[in-house]
Design a protein around this ligand. Sequence first.
Ligand code: CO
Length: 174
Amino acid sequence: MDIVLYPDPRLRAKNAPVTNFDAELEATTREMFKLMYSTKGVGLAAPQVGLNIRLMVYNPSGSEKKTDDEVVLCNPKIAWKSKVKEDGQEGCLSFLNICGQVTRPISIKVQAQGLNGEPVEVELEEWEARIFQHELDHLDGILFIDRMSPASKSLVKGDLEDMVQEYKDQLANS
Ligand code: CO
């Protein structure tokens, strides 16, 4: 399992609902957590590892030791979001070292299914709400650069162009 980097089309593809809540799904989430920790991330969505399904994992602490903080969500959706929004700095494992400011609702209510298919309803705030919304966007083919302020995006324009060139070079050499 490897991280899919921008602008790979798998990051923009449609993601199918998770329907099989089996041992394979659990093994996939373990592998995703492992990859997430090894790349110092706090969240990872399935399309970022080339699996176009509606699955995300995250751990707001980013610490492999804090397994109690690990969250696995299948087929998640936002049932409610606050009108109050907040600016925050985000990065993404599919964008290497690129960061930027993104505005998002500060609190949300989430409906999803857990690893065994059981219904999950949670209220998330601030940092965790931000992580969730970032990962949910991945499941809809939306990337954080799509939501960056124009000022933020102009700062990373060159880095994005480099990534596109790198991707084209790899395609040409493969
Ligand atoms: Co991301």
